[in-house]
Write a protein that binds this ligand. Structure first.
Ligand code: KG4
Ligand code: ZN
Length: 331
């Protein structure tokens, strides 16, 4: 069985061909970073225009790379939300058109679900597991018992972890996206140099990163000559430590020893180091997708579409995009 995955929820246009059960035949991602750089963040109008230009060539190269013709595709899996409505619409409309023309089933997939199961593209993880999704738009912790049994333990009250990286980078004039830049510039810095707060450390499974960004701004205003790499390493440490702390708390409370860390921020080298170090010290197994599957990609959408299809899900051709679409049931 062959699945064509399509993902256009934010600023990456992506398409992937997946052969059941989980062989990625192609995963093409066309980044728009160059077009958004000058603005220090994603401009929704530019994003949807670029998706319109890119989507067909990206699908064509995904099919070509996989050595597959469009008529061989058995299932269309497309990101339905959450995300930027204008961006989501482009992917959904193209997926619907193909499904209609080729008379193939269509499944709208939750983008967060894609991230959550992205490590499965490379390695099976046994249920139940704790899933931390940390990206530019989301920071959420889940208890996952099956593809259809997901409980949300908590999420961010304000900025997402990736958003904090992007905003701190912007306020320091370091460029966009901020995560990879800070990751690199913080190397060799002292993570204890500035005692930034560990936001919401005591508040259950909630997160908050907007105050941390303000703390960085205030610190820079009163210490303009401070060593940049120490400042960045300290900020990064505060984000990573608070993420680890919540996962360890959940692991103890629910007695779950498997942890998936996914989404763009899961590419962060210090985050990976801290989680792997914690895993080495206790009964904990941590699974990260490889960096190419941390950030937005259509292979993770194809995988979830296939699993939902196997569980009987089918969507009508009149489904619309969902710019907000919480994943899982609350605790
Ligand atoms: O998952 P993703 O590609 O898109 C969303 O769904 O948001 O995540 C993008 C986010 C951006 O905020 C980016 O700065 C962050 O992931 N990111 C990183 C790293 N690489 C990407 N954050 C920290 N360290 C990194 N190495
Ligand atoms: Zn994402």
């Amino acid at each position: 069985m062959l699945v064509l995955g399509i993902e256009t929820s934010c600023d990456d246009t992506s398409a992937s061909v997946l052969e059941a059960p989980r062989r990625v035949l192609s995963s093409v991602v066309s980044s728009q970073v160059e077009f958004h750089k000058a603005y220090g963040g994603v401009v929704p109008e530019i994003a949807s225009r670029r998706h319109m230009e890119n989507i067909l060539p990206v699908i064509e190269s995904a099919l070509k790379e996989a050595g597959v013709e469009l008529q061989q595709i058995d299932l269309l899996a497309v990101t339905r939300g959450p995300g930027l409505p204008g961006s989501l619409l482009v992917g959904l409309m193209v997926a619907k058109a193909i499904a209609f023309a080729k008379k193939k089933p269509l499944i709208g997939v939750n983008h967060l679900m894609g991230h959550l199961f992205s490590p499965f593209l490379e390695k099976e993880v046994e249920f139940p597991f704790l899933g931390l999704v940390v990206s530019g738009g989301h920071t959420s912790l889940y208890l996952v018992e099956d593809y259809l049994k997901i409980r949300c333990l908590g999420q961010t009250r304000d900025d997402a972890a990736g958003e904090a990286f992007d905003k701190v980078s912007k306020l320091l004039g370091l460029g966009y996206p901020g995560g990879p830049v800070i990751d690199e510039l913080a190397k060799g810095g002292d993570p204890k140099a500035v005692p930034f707060p560990r936001p919401m450390a005591q508040e259950g499974y909630w997160f908050s990163f907007s105050g941390l960004k303000t703390a960085v701004r205030n610190f820079v205003l009163s210490n303009p000559d401070f060593e940049l790499k120490d400042l960045l390493a300290s900020f990064q440490e505060a984000v990573c430590e608070v993420l680890l702390l919540k996962v360890l708390k959940a692991s103890e409370e629910f007695r779950i020893s498997k942890v998936v860390v996914a989404g763009g921020v899961a590419a962060n080298s210090r985050l990976r180091e801290l989680f792997l170090q914690a895993a080495g010290e206790r009964d904990l197994e941590v699974y990260f997708p490889s960096p190419k599957y941390c950030t937005d990609n259509a292979a993770m959408i194809a995988l979830c579409g296939l699993e939902l299809f196997k569980r009987g899900r089918r969507d009508d051709l009149d489904i619309g995009v969902l710019s907000r679409w919480p994943l899982g049931d609350p605790l």
